[in-house]
Design a binder for this molecule. Structure first.
Ligand SMILES: [Zn+2]
Length: 1008
């Protein structure tokens, strides 16, 4: 138990004894006697009646509990012990012990507020009587007579009626003062007083004041600083040495102490000087300081002594600390089994120390990137002739602000937006700039909200700001719908409020600004959020929930679900697939796919290119190029319930599994078109589980909480969950590296130090959201960019990857390069990327080979059988015969799909790799032959390779003679033999992808 707790419990015993000794009756007469004095001895009997009435509702108190009743600010620290914020509800307080308060400060208060404090019993009778006589003369309540004990009684028990100047209050104050004197030692009373007194600028108590004005502790104050603080008490507003004023109110007369805030400036308050000198004079009179000390202190330039302290780190936004507060409250509720109200109260008043996970240095880097608007795109939206933004359906979704709001802030309704009916009622027409929202209770219409559309304005830097529309304020009883759902405003209202709707010269209606609401401050667009997590611990290292946003409790976009788009593919589709028997070399055919209604769905982002489908591809390639069809095919194979199970294991909590619109479908799981979406925080942490060898750690914002005495209240344990084994995590990590480091949709996320990056882009339909979520051997970070309104971004996923790179380049500055760890049980094989089987010479010749990683035991054992080679006559495009001239004969590699593809079944669409080998013989070069003699397929000689679909294959450069003889390139003539594949185990590490793409750096990933 700490020292102060000991003291407190000793005191409790003492007060119990005293309480027995001094019963309420004695107390009553004490108070009555005092009040009799105050009222000028009107008689004890009369006074007794008054006192009895005043005390009828007072609660018995236990003054020994005073020290623990004092509010104290909790403090949030960053991971290196820097103060992020002193949490305050209505003031700042840090409780200090009597012995930790500077003597000068104590003396200054005693001399100024209560010279006989250590001698009296709670009241200064001399001053009381004097004041009573003065009060009788002037027929007013006595004032300026309070002792330190009385002031404490007032601050503790009578805070809500502190400023009342009633007799009842005086009586109650006396009652409590006596109780305090009876229960506490003088030093304890003085300590409690110095910790409760209000000292201006939100500072409660001397420690808070010392920090607020001088950025130091109360024990370190000097004489000048002490006198300055003691002088504040009599009138905190007038005598506080600093004043905070709005920037536009600052004049040359002001001495500026701190100009770091965006809106306010802290200046020196000249009016504190007189009271300061008075305090020094009192101290001299009381013998606390010498004449020389007095003279010296009097002439100090007070301005130079001030060093205003910061309540919080103003370099960073409040998104993170707000999140910490929410998590602390939740934790306190769970761990201590208390209500939300009790937990909130603890946070705001109990002086907790909260050790957060934030890395201030990293956060500052992130904030600096976010304040630079050049890091974000300018929007160019589809507009009508008047500059209003049109949605995809062509209707106006966002009005240009000046089209709606006049220069003198009137809301303007055009002539075609309203009419008057026969009763003289005003009819506001529907589907214009006002929405009429019925408000119902038990199915009954109780009111109609007239809501103003959102508007936008563009500043000189061409940045767009959205202003949220509010309501037009008309009482409910005057509003109704007509049968066309237009809004009718009763003529009664118009007649009794003739100024509400005015008309301009052109007959438009104007509503003045006190009669409607619109957000005063616009929100810059597009918006964005970023989360950076140390995935080994789950610690959130930096977080931003919006651009250009100041103030507390702002909408935190890092915690709000948005559509994840393709970023969902690695976590919902490919990781579960790899954990269920698929390999990086598993082959998926990217060919037309159809939804339940028979429509071609989904489309790939390269749907507009020459080949809207790319044909046979490995799982790796599908991730690398963020193809949609393969994602849907794999989703259908593994099942949506499998995806949901893995997403839950990775900490996704926003899945919708029941109701009219759910996430239990491939559109949601394979393409990220979800009902609610996933928050950047959860999505980043989900990728973090892949980075962290398959173990998900729930992201958290603080490590521990201690009480004001340093005792640990909560030790925040990490919640871990095994998602997949390290081998699967390694595979998906390596697969995602391909998209960044080789070729693919994410190459813009490559870091300048060449630190490895595994990550995934994401763009939702119409480019409304752009994501990049990725990780390095150090951190995982998720970046989201999008508009608050569902309007498209100019450049899709490129934006997310670019911003991610910018942030991570800075975060990794100076960190040594290192690689992802490769777990045991991973082997490599040289594979054919069209069959997923072991590569052959033919695979190499076709350029379709790659060294691929496999979890030992899942590697292919068969050789490629998809690539086939045939000798073709270039003139006919058919199989060559011995009658074709040499110059028109060439060998050609064809793709023979395991599942044949027929373009005719798909409207003539062919995938990029389509090219079945010909099945017929050249019919041009047949001069010495009778066409009728060409043998049928069934008659082909033994030894010719005949594939199931009828294709005939010959060794490279050979000719098939019509009688079945094969002429080899070297001239030997034989029956054909098997084309034995080349052995190739591929035990080396080079990434040898020969996939040729030309436009990978400019591709845009988009789902439909
Ligand atoms: Zn020919």
């Amino acid at each position: 138990m700490s020292e102060s707790n000991n003291r407190r419990s000793n005191k409790s015993k003492k007060s119990e004894k005293k309480a027995k000794k001094k019963n309420r009756i004695v107390l009553f007469f004490q108070v009555a006697f005092l009040i009799a004095i105050v009222l000028g001895f009107v008689g004890l009997g009369v006074t007794a009646g008054i006192v009895k009435a005043a005390l009828k509702d007072v609660q018995p108190v236990d003054p020994s509990r005073i020290p623990s009743r004092l509010d104290e600010n909790s403090v949030i620290y960053d991971s290196n012990g820097n103060i992020l914020e002193k949490i305050q509800s209505d003031g700042l307080r840090t409780v200090v012990k009597y012995e930790d308060i500077d003597e000068d400060l104590k003396n200054a208060f005693l001399a100024t507020e209560d010279r006989t404090f250590f001698d009296h019993k709670g009241f200064n009778f001399k001053r009381l009587v004097g004041a009573a006589i003065e009060g009788l003369k002037t027929r007013s309540m006595p004032k300026g007579t309070s002792t330190i004990t009385q002031q404490l009684a007032r601050n503790i028990y009578l805070a809500e009626i502190k400023s009342e100047k009633t007799l009842t209050r005086k009586i109650k104050e006396a009652y409590y003062a006596i109780q305090i004197e009876n229960a506490l030692l003088k030093e304890q009373i003085f300590e409690a007083y110095l910790n409760t007194i209000y000292l201006g600028s939100g500072a409660k108590g001397v420690q808070a004041a010392a920090q607020t004005y001088f950025s130091k502790d109360a024990k370190d104050l000097d004489l000048v600083e002490s006198a300055l603080i003691a002088g504040i008490t009599s009138s905190p507003l007038k005598n506080a040495p600093i004043t905070t004023i709005r920037k536009d109110k600052v004049t040359e007369e002001h001495y500026i102490l701190d100009d770091s805030s965006e809106m306010y400036t802290i200046v020196f308050n000249n009016s504190c000087i007189d009271r300061y000198k008075a305090v020094l004079s009192f101290m001299k009179t009381e013998g606390y300081i010498t004449e020389a000390q007095y003279e010296e202190a009097k002439n100090v330039d007070l301005k130079t002594k001030l060093k205003p302290g910061k309540l919080k780190n103003t370099d960073i936004s409040s998104f993170f600390t707000d999140m910490v507060k929410d998590e602390v409250i939740d934790s306190l509720m769970a761990e201590m089994d208390i209500t939300r109200e009790e937990a909130t109260n603890m946070l705001y008043t109990q002086g907790l120390n909260i050790y957060s996970t934030l890395d201030l240095d990293m956060q500052t880097k992130l904030e600096n990137i976010y304040v630079n608007n050049k890091n974000f795109p300018l929007l160019s939206l589809r507009k009508d002739g008047a500059g209003n933004v049109k949605g995809t359906t062509g209707s106006i979704i966002l009005y240009k602000k000046e089209n709606i709001i006049t220069n003198d802030n009137n809301l303007k309704l055009f002539k075609n937006e309203f009419k008057y009916n026969d009763n003289g009622d005003l009819v506001l027409l529907k589907n214009r700039k006002l929405d009429f929202i019925p408000i119902k209770e038990d199915e009954k219409l109780i009111s109609i909200q007239i809501k103003l559309s959102d508007t936008y304005a563009v500043n000189d830097a061409k940045e767009m700001f959205i202003y949220k529309g509010g309501s037009v304020k008309i009482p409910s009883q005057f509003k109704s719908f007509d049968n066309q759902k237009n809004l009718v405003i009763n003529s009664e209202f118009l007649n009794s409020n003739p100024e509400f709707f005015k008309k301009d010269g052109e007959g438009n209606l104007l509503v003045s600004n006190e009669n409607y609401s619109i957000s005063s401050k616009g929100t810059v667009q597009p918006q964005s959020s970023t989360v950076i997590i140390d995935y080994r611990t789950g610690a959130v290292k930096a977080l931003i929930g919006g651009r250009n946003i100041t103030g507390q409790k702002q909408y935190n976009r890092a915690l709000s679900p948005r559509q994840p788009g393709s970023t969902i593919k690695p976590i919902a589709i490919y990781t579960p697939a790899l954990d269920n028997g698929w390999t990086a070399a598993s082959i998926i055919d990217d060919i037309p796919h159809y939804d339940a209604k028979g429509r071609r769905w989904p489309k790939n982002w390269y749907n507009h290119q020459e080949y809207p489908y790319r044909g046979l591809m490995t799982l790796r390639y599908a991730v690398q190029w963020s193809t949609n069809v393969p994602s849907v095919i794999v989703s259908e194979r593994i099942g949506v319930s499998t995806s949901i199970e893995y997403l839950k294991k990775m900490g996704i909590t926003s899945l919708v599994e029941s109701g009219p619109r759910t996430d239990t479908n491939s559109a949601a799981m394979a393409l990220g078109g979800m009902t609610r979406g996933i928050s950047p925080l959860e999505l980043t942490a989900a990728f973090g589980s892949l980075a962290n060898n398959g173990v998900h750690i729930k992201p958290y914002s603080f490590t521990k909480i201690t009480d004001r005495n340093g005792n640990i209240i909560i030790d925040n344990k990490q919640q871990k969950n095994l998602v997949v084994n390290p081998q699967v995590a390694f595979l998906i990590t390596d697969i995602m590296r391909s998209g960044v480091e080789e070729q693919g949709v994410a190459t813009r996320a490559r870091l300048k130090q060449n630190i490895p990056v595994a990550g995934k882009t994401g763009t939702t339909s119409d480019k409304i959201d752009a994501w990049f979520v990725g990780y390095t051997p150090y951190y995982v970070a998720g970046v989201w960019i999008g508009n608050d309104l569902q309007t498209p971004l100019p450049n899709g996923s490129i934006l997310g990857a670019q911003l991610w790179k910018k942030i991570m380049d800075e975060i990794h500055e100076g960190l040594p390069n290192k690689n992802f760890e490769r777990p045991d049980g991973i082997i490599t094989k040289m594979i054919d990327t069209k069959s997923g089987k072991l590569a052959t010479d033919l695979s190499k010749e076709a350029g379709d080979v790659r060294n691929e990683y496999f979890i030992k035991g899942t590697e292919p054992t068969e050789y490629d059988d998809v690539h086939v080679k045939a000798v073709v006559c270039s003139e006919s495009g058919k199989l060559a015969t011995s009658y074709c001239p040499d110059e028109s004969i060439g060998s050609q590699i064809f793709i023979r799909r395991p599942v044949p593809y027929n373009p005719e079944e798909h409207g003539g669409i062919v995938p990029r790799d389509y090219g079945e080998p010909p099945t017929e013989y050249c019919d041009i070069h047949t001069s010495n032959y009778n066409n009728n003699n060409i043998p049928s397929i069934d008659d082909l000689p033994l030894g010719t390779i005949v594939l199931p679909n009828g294709t005939k294959i010959l060794p490279d450069g050979s000719k098939l003679l019509i009688d079945g003889t094969i002429v080899y390139p070297d001239g030997t003539i034989r029956k054909p033999s098997n084309n034995k594949p080349t052995e190739n185990t591929g035990e080396n590490d080079t990434n040898n992808s020969n996939i040729v793409e030309t436009d990978e750096n400019d591709v845009i990933d988009s789902n439909e």
